[in-house]
Write a protein that binds this ligand. Structure first.
Ligand code: ADP
Ligand code: MG
Length: 353
């Protein structure tokens, strides 16, 4: 009522603030694992192993053979906004790493129990590090390990009651989403071997993804989806301008093999997996004109100068802004129309004036 006293404004407890903000960076199981896989790729790993216990409900772990973390960084590695990748704002324009905000490890500390085992080429042995919920290093001991890093997260979301309940109720769905996302990284991680396994109950460890990281997108598609699926695809290329193009693979017009709308559609910007609902809609719409009975598979990498796109839009970095989105969509529309016009046999479209 107008008579009631104006309430006192007080600061929220720091730990609570950290937990609330972290819940926006780490939305679910797949965003948690995604951050760790991206860190491994940023560390130059050529082998990345993702291990899950009970579909990630108990714990998950990402094991890499990357550069490792040097002892000088142990104390700060899990502190919020501490990163080795970005120092100043202009750096954002020329970013080539997946990470840049120094939020992932700090957020994972806030939402679960985080430990790291790591060793650089300069250390004779590895170190096992334990962090508390605020990202402080609380224990350190020597251990045996090859060069590289293992990050383990136990009991994710155990201190966010609502999220935790959702997580446990939807664990199979969360797991499915994670596998689909890891497929995207398996497709894009050229030169990195990717293995994902899950251990559940008394069952043995079962391997769910395994790629060799041989270097070509074609080989990755065959390893992730199989030869039969690959045979239904055609390489595509659409030129947008001198330094912009779209490259990848698309379903042949008579051989769509997505099981539903949006299934098996993977979009990348300069190799970074992203969500592109407008692009997906456009591909489905134009494909429908050529084949109304099936859904198209689409694997497309948008090669765009880093100064012309912004991935710092949402905390999970799945959304991108382009400085000239309408040109990109228009070129894509015309390119796809040319590809799927009945008289056309080639999926290579050069320049749309
Ligand atoms: P960001 O990736 O945005 O820098 P993170 O919180 O994900 O932030 O990681 C913080 C820092 O920890 C990174 O900048 C990197 O220096 C180091 N780091 C994290 N994971 C690894 C890894 N697997 N191998 C080597 N260094 C790592
Ligand atoms: Mg990171």
């Amino acid at each position: 009522s107008p008579q009631s006293k104006s309430p006192v404004i007080k600061p929220i407890n720091k730990g609570v603030v950290h937990r609330i903000c972290s819940g926006q960076v780490i939305l679910d199981l797949s965003s948690a694992v995604k951050e760790l896989v991206e860190n491994s790729l940023d560390a130059g790993a050529t082998s990345i192993e993702i291990a899950l216990k009970e579909y990630g409900e108990e714990w998950f772990q990402v094991i890499d053979n990357g550069c490792g973390i040097s002892p000088a960084n142990f104390k700060v590695v899990a502190l919020k906004h501490h990163t080795s990748k970005l120092a100043d704002f202009p750096d954002l324009e020329s970013l080539t790493t997946f990470g840049f905000r120094g939020e992932a490890l700090s957020s994972l500390c806030a939402l679960g129990n985080l430990t790291i085992e790591t060793r650089t080429k300069n250390e004779p042995v590895a170190t096992h590090l334990t962090f508390d919920h605020s990202g402080l290093l609380i224990a350190e001991k020597k251990t045996a390990r090859q060069i590289g890093t293992t990050v383990t997260v136990k009991k994710l979301f155990s201190n966010l009651p609502v999220r935790s309940k959702e997580f446990h109720r939807n664990i199979r769905k969360e797991y499915g989403k994670l596998i689909s996302l890891l497929n995207a990284y398996a497709l894009t991680a050229k030169g990195a071997r990717l293995v994902c396994s899950n251990t559940s109950g008394k069952n043995l460890k079962s391997v769910v993804i395994k790629t060799q990281g041989s270097g070509s997108l074609k080989d990755s598609i065959i390893q992730v989806f199989g030869m039969n699926m690959f045979n239904c695809l055609e390489p595509m290329s659409i030129c947008i301008s001198d330094d912009c193009k779209i490259e990848g693979f698309l379903s042949k017009s008579g051989q769509g093999s997505g099981r539903s709308m949006g299934d098996r559609q993977y979009f990348f910007v300069n190799g970074r997996p992203v969500d592109m609902p407008k692009v997906s809609k456009l591909v489905n719409e134009i494909y429908k004109g050529a084949n109304s009975k099936q859904y198209p598979v689409a694997i497309m990498n948008f090669i765009i100068p880093t100064r012309a796109c912004d991935v710092n839009v949402t905390p999970d970095k799945r959304k991108v802004f382009f400085s000239d989105e309408s040109l990109i969509l228009q070129s894509l529309r015309e390119g796809l129309q040319q590809i799927y016009s009945s008289s056309n046999a080639s999926y290579i479209v050069n320049g749309v004036d």
